[in-house]
Design a protein. Structure first.
Length: 226
């Protein structure tokens, strides 16, 4: 429980992008996102330039493009929403592949899709080239409130613990004939999630008491950079 934990999004490497200071990469990500969001949707060449820039950073870091593209699945809800916008928006109509859709809605869907994809891809590149503890130290150097940094650190550290607990509960349910994928067993899955929440809350209380017994006063020991 006390050992350092890697993250499944991180791709081990020794490139210049991996070795760059975390706080500089965080500033670059925020600046890149602000520029992307502020870019008008009609500036197609600018978005092509942003995509080429991200591609160059990915190639420089040595992270395989397939590694990043597979993790773009997290963007699926936004993609589905963007695909629906041309059909529900109002305004002049235009035909696309024989289907009449709203022209302003089509432009809005394009902007949502391209800006969201660039943002997710940039975030995945940061996660793939930066260890979680480095990101937390970078946030500290950027003067983010220490309490928030601690909460983020605990969230990263115990996310895998809670996920493993859910996996064990799912295995136990399946061994008793309950398949959570079946709609008939969704009430059982809901009760299992409630039990998982209670277990996680109780675990958090025990961890907090253990920290207090070891002299925790609101700040964590700092690990110096080598």
């Amino acid at each position: 429980m006390g050992a350092g934990h890697g993250h499944r999004l991180h791709y081990h490497g020794h490139s210049r992008v991996h070795r760059a200071p975390a706080h500089l990469k965080l500033l670059a990500l925020v600046g890149f996102m602000l520029v992307v969001v502020a870019t008008p949707r009609e500036w197609y060449a600018a978005f092509a330039l942003y995509a080429a820039l991200l591609l160059g950073v990915a190639v420089m870091s040595g992270v395989p493009l397939g590694y990043l593209l597979k993790r773009l699945v997290i963007e699926t809800p936004f993609v589905l929403f963007a695909l629906l916008v041309p059909f529900v928006a109002t305004g002049p109509q235009v035909e696309v592949l024989g289907v009449s859709v709203s022209e302003p809605g089509l432009l809005a869907a394009w902007g949502l899709l391209v800006k969201g994809t660039l943002g997710v891809l940039a975030s995945l590149t940061l996660a793939a080239t930066t260890e979680p503890d480095q990101i937390l130290r970078g946030l500290e150097r950027l003067r983010m409130p220490e309490l928030i940094v601690q909460i983020m650190g605990f969230m990263i550290r115990y996310l895998d613990v809670v996920t493993a607990e859910l996996g064990r509960m799912t295995t136990a349910m399946r061994s008793r004939g309950y398949d959570p994928r079946s709609p008939r067993h969704w009430p059982v899955l809901a009760r299992a999630l409630g039990a998982l929440f209670i277990r996680s809350y109780e675990r958090g209380e025990r961890v907090h008491l253990a920290m207090l017994s070891r002299g925790y006063t609101g700040t964590l020991p700092r690990v110096e950079e080598p």
